[in-house]
Design a binder for this molecule. Structure first.
Ligand SMILES: [Zn+2]
Length: 120
């Protein structure tokens, strides 16, 4: 997949980065791929289509695990690298719902005229 397919347009990336984190609600988010990549087409890229993206925060979060404090780069790092910890902190987070909601929010934003894209 091309970057446009995995990440979406620049306008969409900026829109998503300004949404609150869908796990904890903090601002300052990455465009996080929260679903396994689609296998259609047989691509071997690690990232899935941009419609599998949800906003996850990147600001430091400290978690006490077994009495020991550990700091991670937000829900994004926890989701990508420490999914067991993420799932314990945010058991309500559903990747399917989060990514579908994100796409709907983007479509609504575009439909409202909020986004302007020009191709020259
Ligand atoms: Zn978060």
């Amino acid at each position: 997949m091309t970057q446009a397919e995995t990440m979406g347009s620049r306008a969409r990336r900026e829109f998503v980065s300004q949404l609150p984190c869908m796990a904890c609600g903090r601002r300052g988010c990455a465009n996080a791929h929260v679903l396994p990549k689609l296998v259609s087409g047989g691509g071997i890229g690690r990232k899935g289509h941009y419609t599998t993206i949800a906003p996850l925060c990147v600001a430091p979060v400290t978690v006490v695990i077994g009495g020991r404090r550990q700091t991670f780069a937000g829900c994004h790092q926890l989701f990508d690298e420490h999914r067991n910890i993420f799932d314990r902190l945010h058991p309500e987070f559903d990747p399917d719902i989060a990514s579908a909601w994100t796409e709907r929010a983007w479509q609504a934003f575009v439909a409202s005229g909020g986004a302007m894209e020009a191709t020259l």
